[in-house]
Design a protein around this ligand. Sequence first.
Ligand code: SF4
Ligand code: SF4
Ligand code: SF4
Ligand code: FES
Length: 958
Amino acid sequence: MLETVLRRDQDFGTPAITRALKQVSLQIDGQTIQVPEGTSIMRAASMLGLNIPKLCATDSLEPFGSCRLCLVQIEGRRGYPASCTTLAEEGMVVTTENKRLADLRRHVMELYISEHPLDCLTCSANGNCELQETAGQVGLRQIRFDGYDKTQANKTSDNSNPYFTFNPDLCIVCNRCVRSCEETQGTFALTVDGRGFESQISTGLNTNFKDSDCVSCGACVTACPTGALMDNSVIQMGQPNHAVITTCAYCGVGCGLKAELKGEELVRMTPWKNGKANEGHACVKGRFAWGYATHPDRITTPMIRASINEPWRKVSWEEAINYAAGEIKRIQAKYGKNSVGAISSSRCSNEEVYLVQKTVRAALGNNNIDTCARVCHSPTGFGLKQTLGESAGTQTFESVTDSDVILVMGANPTDAHPVFGSRLKKRLRQGAKLIVIDPRTISLVSTAHAKADYHLPLKPGTNVAMLNAFAHTIISEGLQNKAFIAGRCDSDTFKEWLEFILLDENSPESAATITGVPAQTIREAARLFATGGKAAIYYGLGVTEHSQGSTAVMAIANLAMITGNIGISGVGVNPLRGQNNVQGSCDMGSFPHEFPGYRHVSDAATRKQLEQAWQVKLDANPGLRIPNMFNAAISGTFKGLYCQGEDILQSDPNTQHVEAALTNLECLIVQDLFLNETAKYAHVFLPGASFLEKDGTFTNAERRISRIRKVMRPKSGMADWEITQALSNALGYPMQYENPSEIMDEIARLTPTFASVNYAHIDKMGGSVQWPCNPQNPEGTPIMHIDSFPHGKGTFVPTQYIPTSERTNKRFPLILTTGRILTQYNVGAQTRRTGNTAWHEEDLLEIHPHDASDRGIENGDIVQIASRVGQIAMKAKVSTRVQPGVVYTTFHHPVSGSNVITTDNADWATSCPEYKVTAVQISKVENYASEWQDHWASTDKKQHDFLKSAESGTHEHT
Ligand code: SF4
Ligand code: SF4
Ligand code: SF4
Ligand code: FES
């Protein structure tokens, strides 16, 4: 059912009522139905299969009652009320069709159509237009009025947005777009200008969609019942004719999407209404930025070369795989078993990641497997395991609907997790309180119709001091949840922690000197957190990517436990995971010390189970983490790396160090879509498949396992799991999976938290299920730790603040912190190959006006950023979003080299790099030519020339 669905889902007209206290029973056209109190007559009728004509209503939006097409007759009531705004009542008797209603509706429709151009045959919405369908539904046969020329003349289309066009000629002013922007997206970019016949949709005075507040989420386009707001791809290609449900491959929200196609050609992506992570919403990336999948830069033929100073040679799959396997075997024979390893991709599916780690452990015979979580949320895995007993967030996204207080720390949800950001903003508009702990004034601090109650702009690197001061305030003022602590937490570790937290060094006064935030503000925010009702913590890389990342995660867990904010809806510890499948890649055993399901490699029982299943002896010693691999490569003991779908050269810190490591490898195998930065140093290129080209599952930040489905054949002929399988076979460890479903069955057999997961069960559960999903929790686990923690009681860990060694001084007086923006995604390999570049052509350095003027820097000037490890140059953007002393940039464009200046400092427990704190100096320069940027440009040219010559076939031999 989920594989191929109709283009338009059933629209019940008004939203479902999910929390009604009672049911009401009514009769509609002679049929009796029971619905939750608060349900509209329109929805109740729709549930009976009776589709009342409508235009302004749709079930993703609150009823508006403007079009008057949905009139019904109710026994004992005068007039003809609108069924979308009239609620079902006990004993009501409703008629939805009779002659009078039909006449009224036809008349209303006639008025609409009289103002509408009658060029349906050439309209892009033809065949999928609610206006057209409703005109047919009400039986409109003639139009006696001619309002079109008078009212609609001289209106011009707005095609400023790269992805959709607004044609006011086709607009019926139903307001669905305005309401989508307000209710679903929370941006309030649209308004209705004028009155009566003159009214029209507007993006504000003298502006267009592109330059307005619009964030291009597409909610208005999806909601528009006519062709007025239309995807450009549909205008160009025509209406799609079938659809496949899949899951977004960008961020950890994991939105359900509907790939709408003509044959194998993707026409558009729309948000899937029944996607539980997104409930019919998406952002500019998932909704529109899929063009990279068919971009001409895609490499679709395997390539090999003996040296990175030689051109590529296009070869068959067989030759590439045999060459790669031969090289790995040669290196292991020469340098030992541990001289090779792999990095799995958090953009690939669970099944694919599972195979990569299995190949490392079973075919290479070591545990040298790591993943990009190393550089983002490895402290989450460690910190939550130590305290709450499980390496994952505790809630569903939907849980935020019940939160009274929301603490957002080191995360920027409106940019990095936009669909969750919209949910969060909705809850804020309903009155929830917000505390933002972030060095920058992120958008949430002041958003349309909602403001943070407290913004604590702490100095980068001082999270732990801030969190300790929150806990100190709560305990010293007796605001803790004593019952939860006594009933659910371990008393010994609590006692020890209590002594620690009451030390003066953890007081708000001490924290004020460390964080730069006044003690009184810290106290007030802490009191609000402890006493404001259900309090939820959402955090991101601004917490984890520090020398004390793991400590901060544990401090967050401590805070949730002392306030009893665990185990119910509306509370919890919620890491906002970055990549689409970073949770999954960790779950699948991508860490060098853990097998699938977070079981330590030294655990004999787990090893025995896997050894029996895999028929191979497993290493009991943890393998190398990514930074250890780099160090070992530089020292000459690590010589071969299989890197699946991760651009380590651009994404990992201290680029020059990474480059030195990659250059020292004798065989680097890169499996990717494009010649990314890492691939420029590769000897084998295995062309990967995009998420549109394969089946499998992704696991999002809520532990939600969702299906991805193949909508087109792999451009290279192989899905990524097939490539890994072929490599493993060539290495001598046999794998014979016929399809990803078989891999998932094996994962379920061998991983207790996945024991009941299989594709049929996921489909049965409505398309996704949250782990643990096993015989104890067959329907999955939306909220964790309800009655107890996996290890019984919650464990407190003292979290002493230790300042980072990365200090500012006269030479490097400013702190650089890095992050993402809405329209680009991580290293930008995907989004830079889409229309999203319209919003972010280059990385910019945000600098406070004071720091800028001290240095004679103005907006748009080119500046040099120098740190202890390197220098780069980029344009400055003078902004008060950063505080004095702090500068900020993104890392989406390789030419910027943002990670040339980040250092090797890392989290003490997990080696997660300290991206968020780099001491730098900024100075104005005349051009971009930093030494590194010159080097990058020449390497880039040389490697692209090598690629071109391989493509043109001018170099057939190495
Ligand atoms: S643009 Fe579409 S959704 Fe917006 S008012 Fe016009 S017809 Fe309605
Ligand atoms: S695309 Fe999204 S943000 Fe832009 S106007 Fe439409 S609903 Fe609003
Ligand atoms: S919020 Fe994340 S998962 Fe959803 S559409 Fe945007 S990028 Fe994709
Ligand atoms: S659908 Fe009810 S008034 Fe428009």
